[in-house]
Design a protein around this ligand. Structure first.
Ligand code: PAF
Length: 288
């Protein structure tokens, strides 16, 4: 069956209310469209775990720190709707900017601490924009569960923190990152890469996997691991690394020693396209 594509808040509320009246549990997958197999995995998980699946497709202007990035963000609702229909989605919520922001937004959600490092340090206002639109979507759709990819590990940590801090009655479900066979993390931005840039981008997962192996083998000195990684990145002139950090898995604060599970995270430009990737690494002492 085709997913129903709706564009207004009122229609979204009505569709959800009707499903709730039947006793259905509601799953929400917030996206900005340009759907790929990574989103597919979020949708499939939501489909398995809830009765009525809503996928929001909304390119949220207030989370972009660069106007050109917003303007270049791929948008193709017809293809996204087909993608959702093939996966049994009930409703695609695709509001216009004026529907989500009918007047200038004056209320924002600020999640402190978790947003200090990694992308938060380089994209001013980004997580404020993400947390704000996600809370708006939660209030519109009122899901029982909402699904977020571990590809955006810091975003996931921000949403988990917001849900706890603000007592939201919603279970935030993390879903594992999906990679191409050669290791490249799936991202809507990958479609902007030319062949040379895509080749250069492979260095991201290569270095992350190498660091994960080193941590698995007992390396604990974060500064040393960072130096080794930076040397490796230096061999790839097609990449401009923005940050490479080893942070604790919940608070996203840089660690000096790897004594518990950590996220090793990187952001880099291949040409003008900014890519992020991360791996969760567990030191041998913490894995028993
Ligand atoms: O991850 C994304 O696609 C976006 O940041 C989100 C969560 C849909 C909010 O706009």
């Amino acid at each position: 069956m085709s997913a129903r594509v709706i564009h207004t808040v009122a229609e979204a509320r009505a569709a959800v209310a009707e499903a709730q009246k039947r006793g259905a549990t509601i799953g929400l997958v917030p996206t900005m469209g340009a759907l790929h197999a990574g989103h597919g995995s979020l949708i499939d998980t939501a489909r398995r775990e809830t009765d009525f699946v809503v996928v929001s497709v909304f390119v949220n202007p207030i989370q972009f720190d660069r106007k050109d990035d917003y303007e270049r963000y791929p948008q193709d609702i017809a293809t996204d709707a087909e993608f959702c229909s093939a996966r049994g989605v009930d409703v695609v919520f695709n509001p216009r900017v004026e529907e989500m922001y009918p007047q200038p937004q004056r209320s924002f959600v600020e999640v402190e601490g978790v947003t200090e490092h990694l992308c938060g340090a380089f994209r001013p206002g980004h997580f404020r924009g993400v947390a704000t639109v996600v809370l708006k979507l939660f209030n519109i759709v009122q899901p029982n569960r909402a699904y977020f990819g571990e590809k955006d590990a810091q975003q996931l940590a921000v949403i988990q923190r917001m849900a706890r801090d603000l007592n939201l009655p919603i279970e935030i479900v993390p879903v594992a990152l999906v990679r191409e066979r050669d290791g490249l993390a799936l991202s809507s931005r990958n479609r902007r890469l030319d062949a040379a840039e895509r080749q250069a981008a492979l260095m991201l997962s290569r270095v992350l996997f190498a660091v994960r192996d080193r941590i698995g083998a007992g390396s604990v000195d974060a500064a040393q691991l960072k130096r080794e990684a930076e040397a490796e990145f230096g061999r790839e002139p097609g990449l401009r690394v923005e940050y490479f950090e080893i942070v604790d898995a919940d608070e996203m604060q840089p660690v000096e020693r790897v004594a518990a599970p950590v996220r090793v995270a990187v952001a880099a430009f291949a040409g003008s396209t900014r890519l992020i990737d991360n791996v969760l690494c567990t030191p041998p002492a913490a894995s028993h």
